[in-house]
Design a protein around this ligand. Structure first.
Ligand SMILES: Nc1ncnc2c1ncn2[C@@H]1O[C@H](COP(=O)(O)OP(=O)(O)OP(=O)(O)O)[C@@H](O)[C@H]1O
Length: 536
């Protein structure tokens, strides 16, 4: 059939098959070798990674062919080439094919070396097969992946000059249709590392149902991610939907156009269980803050969303600043041939944060230390983290009369109040925001100068995420962690994180025994300056 098509195309042309049999054979060989695993590729990248190098391959081949012609005419002067016997011709062709393969292999190796040097320079560590080359610039999104100009325009409008290390590697991975397990420091641009390839792959808006789902552990982070997504999609009519409680209640979601759905696992699971949401066409699933999503309490909901996204060709990706081995193992059970991308050292704090430990003796000592810090050097915006919502309320009641613009956020507050607390802090109306871990992850407040851990964090991951609210996008930040006698057994774990990110830690702390850390949530005395009997 194919042959007949070819003959049809060449009808009227006298084409001597016998004379050019060796050429025909070469094409045949190529066809067969295309399917074979042994065929050497220029770049052992996944689909588009390889595609990205194809023009270069073709150029090399063209050049090689032209050069070959030139050489033979030079050496044999004109028509003498046709005087060669058939077997000689065949051997020349075979030689040419072999040369080409060797050349490709060399180029492929050179590209691997260039990639390795570039990754080393940007502290990018990768594992997995056929890893696409990292991005050298945002412009490569156009040259390699035909990125539409609206995205490049929006990146420029946002003031992004260069991709961050996680963006350099994770974007090509996802654009190549590969799954990605990624870890990079807080504030290093992970959000755009998954939003950008999703927008590029979805190409344009459609009314055919949800095509991408992004799960975040809190509604605040989901709202922020939806906003960021809309910023990058500006100028293109994508349907980006934040799935809120009201939306689930009020609408038949199947009738609302939605390309990208962003929400918490609870909300998405609820909507799918009520048959208000069909996720069978989802092409991309992102688990942001994935280690948090895999914690007890969320993992079942996540599991049910993962199952609801039943499209067999779905591309899943996991992102977080902290990725414990247990989470990696669990993640691998749901991922196919994922590429692992780690920026810097896994589970470490951002190096742009100056970290300090301050001993305060007792709970009373904490309040004194906090007030003293505010009096001497309040440099807003400041975030103060406490252990639970009760303590958040107590501390807020203490500082709200201190002539500083303070506010509080915790899970007991109604949605609107939580939103206002975040918005006012963002807008600079609030100087000091007292918070539980509800905003410890992912929240991107511009220019938080200092994070104060009023209560010692309950894990080193919690520490990394809390202090990571400052020192974002290359800016400098500060973190102060108050501790009492009750916290001393856990000091060493925090000290290790500090030392790994280049901060000074007293030698006596480093000589403490390292405890296997379970959640550290000691019973703490209530926060109050009022005498006990007055309270009663
Ligand atoms: N290429 C870039 N150049 C400059 N700034 C960038 C770039 N990419 C992202 N940013 C900015 O960096 C900040 C942090 O980004 P993002 O919130 O995505 O960090 P993250 O790595 O997800 O942090 P976390 O681990 O805390 O969730 C944001 O304000 C974002 O706008």
């Amino acid at each position: 059939m194919a042959e007949r098509d070819i003959s049809f195309l060449f009808s009227g042309t006298s084409f001597n098959r016998k004379k050019f049999s060796s050429v025909f054979d070469r094409f045949k060989e190529k066809k067969e070798s295309n399917g074979s695993k042994e065929e050497p590729k220029l770049i052992e990248n996944a689909d588009s990674g390889a595609a990205e190098e194809q023009p270069r391959t073709r150029n090399v081949n063209k050049k090689r062919k032209r050069k070959g012609k030139g050489t033979s005419s030079e050496s044999v002067e004109g028509f003498s080439v046709f005087k060669k016997s058939k077997s000689e011709m065949l051997s020349i062709d075979n030689q040419e094919a072999e040369d080409e393969i060797t050349q490709r292999k060399k180029e492929y190796r050179r590209q691997l070396e260039r990639d390795a040097i570039f990754r080393k320079k940007h502290n990018i560590h990768v594992s997995g097969g056929n890893i696409p080359s990292p991005l050298h610039s945002f412009m490569e999104l156009r040259s390699r992946y035909k990125c539409r100009s609206y995205i490049l325009r929006n990146l420029a409008e946002l003031g992004f000059e260069e991709p961050t290390p996680i963006q350099r590697q994770a974007i090509p991975v996802l654009l190549s249709g590969r799954e990605c397990l990624a870890s990079a420091p807080t504030g290093s641009g992970k959000t755009f590392a998954f939003i950008c390839p999703i927008l590029m792959k979805l190409k344009r808006a459609s009314k055919d149902g949800v095509r991408a789902v992004i799960l975040c552990p809190t509604r605040e982070l989901a709202a922020q991610t939806a906003r960021e997504c809309k910023k990058l999609a500006k100028g293109k009519k994508f349907y980006v939907k934040l799935l809120t409680k009201q939306l689930v209640k009020s609408a038949d979601l199947s009738k609302i156009p939605c390309d990208i759905l962003i929400s918490t696992p609870f909300r998405v699971q609820f909507a799918t269980r009520k048959k208000k949401l069909d996720l069978s066409k989802v092409e991309f699933l992102v688990l942001d803050e994935s280690d948090k999503l895999f914690e007890l309490g969320l993992v079942k909901q996540v599991d049910s969303v993962v199952k609801a996204c039943s499209n067999p060709s779905i591309v899943r990706s996991l992102f977080s600043a902290t990725l414990p081995d247990t989470v990696e193992e669990l993640a691998r059970t749901i991922m196919h041939d994922a590429i692992r991308v780690i920026i810097g050292r896994k589970n470490s704090a951002s190096e742009s944060i100056k970290q300090k430990l301050v001993f305060v003796g007792s709970e009373e000592g904490k309040l004194l230390a906090l007030r003293q810090t505010f009096e001497e050097s309040l440099n807003p915006p400041v975030l103060v983290f406490v252990q639970n919502k009760e303590r958040a309320k107590e501390l807020y009641n203490e500082v709200k009369f201190d002539n500083i613009r303070a506010d509080v956020i915790h899970s007991d507050l109604p949605e609107v109040q939580r939103e206002n607390a975040v918005d006012n802090f963002r807008a600079g109306k609030t100087w000091v925001l007292i918070a539980t871990d509800v905003i410890a992850r992912g929240m991107d407040f511009k220019g938080v100068n200092c994070v104060i851990n009023y209560d010692f964090p309950d894990s080193s991951a919690a520490y990394i995420h809390r202090i990571g609210r400052s020192g974002r996008a290359g800016r400098r930040g500060e973190a102060i962690t108050l501790y009492t006698e009750a916290d001393v057994p856990y000091l060493r774990n925090i000290a290790n994180v500090m030392a790994a990110s280049g901060c000074d830690v007293p030698a006596w702390i480093m000589s403490l025994r390292k405890l296997k850390w379970k959640k550290h949530r000691p019973q703490r005395e209530s926060i109050s300056t009022k005498p006990q009997n007055e309270e009663e």
